[in-house]
Unconditional design. Structure first.
Ligand code: PRP
Ligand code: ZN
Length: 299
């Protein structure tokens, strides 16, 4: 594989971000097949190859230019960035775009019987985490002195094992906390997936593909919630109906043959279209309402 010509993107091997990361690449037009245990997939129709790795390794792989691009959570990125600073390395990874998936937060969580009454309650306590640098910054900024117990995993069982009094871990759905009888008490960092790139200058061919990819990513993001709405309505109801269409620019109005004052209205709605919206549209006089998914959009 020619590293001068082909981009390499690092993606989480198996975990929270894997499916949505691959879905994004597919929606951007990339075709590749992934065999079992295959660490590297060759892009069949774009000069873009996918490398499957542990998410925690992605920042280093991109910083060291082993990969040109990466899809990684801000949580991991921020921890690595602070760790690099702490050991005197300058973090040089560039965030190209924050994406609208993989949203979660790094939070403090305490056992059910922990008497939590504000951040002062954790002063002097032992906090287990795999994010020692982000946690240390939070504690410093909050003016709290506590002990950080750095673990490499299974943080949620640390209190039960007596290794810590509370934890600082990622919360996405919250089911891990519930299953371990822990209660979220404070958010330390809000996170989402970021598309990152190497600090090293790219040859023209590759830089060009990064630009194209970014436009496509943008298009994918824009249409995630978007719907194409078509409906019939009396012309007189148009002002009311236009107001009800969520996040749409001026709709297209087409006269309907042989129906007097009836028109067809077509509009792209950039926000989620709920059943309630359709009910309101009907109440405003609309009929034959159709809601269609939008697959691609190029502004
Ligand atoms: C995080 C965290 C919890 C889980 C929380 O792990 O360590 O185990 O997700 O999710 P929930 O609130 O939906 O239960 P992550 O996906 O980052 O995996 P990793 O630490 O193995 O990389
Ligand atoms: Zn991880």
């Amino acid at each position: 594989m020619d590293r001068q010509q082909r981009l390499r993107i690092a993606v989480q091997k198996s975990g929270r971000l894997t499916d949505e990361s691959l879905d994004l690449l597919h929606r951007c037009g990339l075709k590749f097949s992934r065999g079992k245990d295959q660490l590297m997939c060759y892009g069949e129709n774009m000069p873009l190859d996918v490398l499957f790795v542990r998410d925690d390794d992605i920042p280093d792989l991109v910083q060291e230019d082993v990969c040109d691009l990466g899809l990684v959570g801000l949580n991991v990125l921020e921890e690595k960035r602070l760790a690099m600073l702490a050991r005197g390395t300058t973090p040089r990874i560039e965030i190209l775009q924050k994406l609208d998936f993989g949203r979660c937060r790094l939070s403090l969580a305490v056992p059910q019987d922990f008497a939590f009454d504000g951040l002062q309650s954790i002063a002097g306590k032992r906090i287990a985490t795999t994010y020692p640098h982000v946690l240390a910054r939070f504690l410093r900024e909050s003016g709290i002195a506590a002990e950080i117990v750095t673990l490499s995993g299974a943080v949620e069982i640390a209190p039960r094992l007596g290794r810590a009094d509370l934890i600082c871990d990622l919360v996405s759905t919250g089911s891990t906390l519930t299953a371990n009888h822990l209660r979220e008490v404070a958010a330390v960092l809000a996170s989402q997936v970021c598309l990152v790139r190497t600090p090293v200058a790219l040859p023209d061919v590759k830089a060009d593909w990064v630009r194209r990819l970014l436009v496509r990513v943008d298009g994918v993001q824009q249409v995630r919630e978007s719907k194409y709405i078509m409906l019939h309505a009396p012309r007189a109801a148009l002002p009311q109906i236009a107001k009800l269409l969520p996040g749409s620019e001026s709709p297209t109005v087409i006269p309907l043959d042989g129906t007097g004052d009836k028109v067809a209205v077509h509009a792209v709605c950039r926000e989620t279209v709920f059943w309630e919206t359709l009910e309101s549209l009907k109440a405003a006089g609309a009929s034959a309402i159709l809601v269609l998914p939008v697959e691609k959009m190029l502004a």
